[in-house]
Structure formats: structure tokens, C-alpha cells
Design a protein around this ligand. Structure first.
Ligand SMILES: Cc1cc2nc3c(=O)[nH]c(=O)nc-3n(C[C@H](O)[C@H](O)[C@H](O)COP(=O)(O)OP(=O)(O)OC[C@H]3O[C@@H](n4cnc5c(N)ncnc54)[C@H](O)[C@@H]3O)c2cc1C
Length: 378
């Protein structure tokens, strides 16, 4: 039996475990490790914030995971030694034939002075719950949504948040009393997709939501509720930020980020292999030149599964990683758009937009149902 240890049971880790279970259940023994007790889709945070879903309703317990050849263990990874593939957790030690790091990205809210004291976020489940509670007592004023650092998960998510927040404020009769604005250091919402950027900017404009591209909030002053910005300071009543993202501490301490772009794990973009034999990295923690999003982590996991199977069976190397994925975007009013992105097949990324439509909103729901079935079993 070839042993595969997958660190992190998120989008990437779950897809890799499912792919190996499907293709080589009798040849590979997969151990899947995560410190959490359940998986939460990134987009479920929007449901917690705006659709009245509780944290328990959106969490899929790992105890439900039932895939042949896959064992889930709830443990916290405390050390990774890539040269020897030795991994230590709070409960055990491992030395697998193949090690796959799929530990995602963590947030560093302290990187923006004043943000911990006076800001809110909806990028963590707990943060989305706190912001939902804060919005209940909001009675009007200025709301700023600021992207504090790039890269960050799901590039459309700040705009989804603004459009959904607009709907919520309209529903509660507070929209006329609220000035809503998005500020981002990026030149447009989705630079690789002109059609998506244009549609998002139009949607913001139609709803009277301000948009300041090319501008970064570098600090908050909690005493005066002011966002400090090189092009002019802005007063706010509620500041919602997309915090700086980093690799988890255990990854930074492992040496895996050496040579990686901007502190992420260095991988060969064709195979997701790290420079260490038998060690791969997929998803948000890796420096593959794609956005941080679940669909790309999933696509990367399939490439790694194909590489593991090819190494077991011999034969020609599998198709290279293409950085493909369909991202759904909430436009408000119950409408969802879809960007079919392909980052690495051609000389430049292509990412056309479809919709938004009610039909794509149903397709997004089905996307989540299909993943749950595939990753957790019937
Ligand atoms: C608001 C929001 C909306 C989003 N919407 C979308 C969307 O519509 N489509 C899309 O594709 N993506 C979306 N995303 C992005 C998506 O959630 C992530 O990009 C995706 O989850 C990355 O997958 P991953 O496998 O790399 O990491 P993750 O899914 O984050 O998994 C990493 C896992 O590692 C575990 N872990 C970390 N450290 C340790 C440790 N020391 N020991 C043990 N376990 C550990 C964590 O518990 C976690 O389960 C959204 C994100 C947000 C925040």
C-alpha cells in the first residue's frame, strides 16, 4: 500500500482524497488530517451573514466522511519536515510515501494597524457571525469595505459583500441613510476578466455604491473611526476589511516557503510538486499563479491525484495543471453570475462572464450539493 498523507481537509484536501478513493482505493491508503470538526464552503460565510443560516447549518461534519481507503483524523499539525516527509501533530507522527500540504491561508488582521480594534470581517465563520450581529444594531451612516492586501481569497467576494449588504439595507429601510463604498488596491474588480469587472462596476453604480480602485487603506484610527489612506482619510461608522492573508504558521516554520513567491509555498505550476521529492502543495497555500479560490484548489488536487496514480502505474505523465475553474458571483437580488476561468492553458488567462441569472443561482446550489456528495460519500 502506498501511503498518502493530506494535511488540510478543505477544498483541495477533500477533492484529492475523493479522487484517490475513486481511482485507486485498493492501492493507496489516504490519511486526511484537519484540526477542525467540519468543512465550511467559503461562500457559506455569505449565507451566515445575509441569509440567516447558522454556523451549525453550514458546517459539514468530518465525522460524516465515508470514502473507501480514506481515514479522517482530527489533529492539529505542529511540524512539517519536507526533506524527510516527517509530520508531527498534537496526537501522532507520520512519514508517508507522498505528502500533500493543503493547509489553506490564514488571516493576519494585525497587519493593518487599528483593524483588530475597530474593524469587522466576514472571511472567517466567526467573523461573519460577529458582523451579522453588528449589522443588527446598525441604524445608518458610512460603511467602508476595504481590501487590505492582495492576494486574498475569492477576488469577487468584497463586491458580493457590498451588493448583498445593499439588499439587506434596502430591506431594512436603511439604504437611504447609508453611504456604502468599496476601496481596493486593485485596478479593477477582476483584472483578468474585463466583462466581469465591467458587470460588477455597473452593478455597484446602479445601486449607488461608491468604488475606489487603486487605493489601499493602510491603517484605521479607532479613536476617530477614520480609515487612513494615501489619497485622503475617510470617516466611517462601520469598517469591513478583507484582512491580509498568509500561509499558516506551521507552513512558514517548515521552510516550505523558501523560494516561493511572496511567502507562499513554491510549486512547479505544471505538477504542484514542491522542490522536495514526494511533497506537493495545493490550494491557497501554494504559489501557483492562479487566484486563491476553492475551484482552483480542486483543479490542482485533481492534477496531484493524476500524478500520484501515474507514479504508481508508470506510463506517460498526466496532463499539466491548467488553473481552470468556474467561479460563481452573487450579484444580489437572488442573481448569480459565473466566470469560467482558465489561467494556464494559453498564453494569457481567459475568464468570460455568464449571467447573472436565477438559473446560475440554482447551479451554484447544485455545485455545493455535488461536492458534498463526492467528498463525504453518499
Ligand atoms: C467569503 C468567501 C467567499 C468565497 N467564495 C468562494 C467561491 O464562491 N468559490 C470558490 O471557489 N472559492 C471561494 N472562496 C475561497 C475558498 O473558500 C478558498 O479559496 C478555498 O477554501 C481554498 O481551499 P484550500 O483547500 O486551499 O484551503 P481551505 O479550504 O482553507 O482548507 C485548509 C484546511 O486546513 C486546515 N488547517 C489549517 N492549519 C491547520 C493545522 N495546523 N492543522 C490541521 N489543520 C489545519 C483548516 O482547518 C482547513 O480546513 C471564498 C472564500 C471566502 C472567505
Amino acid at each position: 500500500m502506498h501511503t498518502v498523507l493530506i494535511l488540510g481537509a478543505g477544498f483541495g484536501g477533500l477533492e484529492l482524497a475523493a479522487s484517490l478513493s475513486e481511482s485507486v482505493p485498493d492501492e493507496v491508503r489516504v490519511t486526511l488530517v484537519d484540526q477542525a470538526d467540519g468543512f465550511v464552503f467559503g461562500f457559506s460565510k455569505i449565507d451566515v451573514l445575509f441569509r440567516g443560516r447558522s454556523v451549525d447549518e453550514v458546517r459539514i461534519p468530518y465525522a460524516d466522511l465515508d470514502r473507501p481507503g480514506v481515514e479522517f483524523r482530527r489533529e492539529t499539525v505542529t511540524s512539517i519536515e519536507p526533506r524527510t516527509r516527517r509530520v508531527v501533530t498534537d496526537r501522532s507522527e507520520y512519514q508517508p510515501d507522498t505528502l500533500v500540504v493543503a493547509l489553506g491561508a490564514e488571516y493576519d488582521p494585525g497587519a493593518t494597524p487599528g483593524f483588530v480594534e475597530d474593524g469587522h470581517e466576514y472571511y472567517s465563520v466567526a467573523g461573519a457571525g460577529r458582523l451579522r450581529d453588528r449589522l443588527r444594531s446598525f441604524t445608518g451612516g458610512t460603511i467602508l469595505i476595504g481590501v487590505l492586501s492582495v492576494p486574498f481569497k475569492c477576488p469577487p467576494a468584497p463586491y458580493e459583500g457590498a451588493l448583498m449588504l445593499h439588499d439587506e439595507l434596502v430591506r431594512r429601510g436603511l439604504r437611504d441613510a447609508t453611504d456604502l463604498r468599496v476601496i481596493s488596491p486593485m485596478p479593477s474588480p477582476i483584472p483578468v476578466s474585463e466583462s466581469t469587472s465591467a458587470a460588477l462596476v455597473q452593478a455597484l453604480t446602479d445601486r449607488g455604491i461608491g468604488y475606489t480602485p487603486g487605493s489601499r487603506v493602510r491603517a484605521l484610527d479607532p479613536a476617530t473611526h477614520t480609515a487612513l489612506n494615501r489619497t485622503g482619510d475617510l470617516r466611517y461608522d462601520l469598517f469591513i476589511g478583507i484582512p491580509r492573508h498568509t500561509v499558516p504558521r506551521v507552513v512558514a516554520e517548515s521552510g516550505l516557503t523558501e523560494g516561493g513567491a511572496d511567502g507562499w509555498i513554491h510549486v512547479d505550476p505544471a505538477t504542484l510538486a514542491t522542490p522536495y521529492p514526494g511533497v506537493y502543495a495545493v490550494g491557497d497555500c501554494a504559489d501557483a499563479p492562479v487566484p486563491r479560490a476553492g475551484v482552483f484548489a480542486e483543479n490542482a488536487a485533481r492534477t496531484v491525484a493524476a500524478n500520484i496514480v501515474a507514479a504508481l502505474h508508470g506510463g506517460p505523465p498526466p496532463d499539466r495543471y491548467r488553473g481552470q475553474g468556474s467561479c460563481y458571483i452573487e450579484f444580489g437580488d437572488g442573481l448569480v453570475g459565473k466566470v469560467d476561468a482558465d489561467f494556464l492553458s494559453g498564453p494569457a488567462p481567459v475568464a468570460p462572464l455568464y449571467g447573472p441569472s436565477a438559473e446560475l443561482a440554482r447551479e451554484k446550489e447544485q455545485f455545493a450539493i455535488d461536492r458534498r456528495k463526492r467528498w463525504f460519500g453518499p
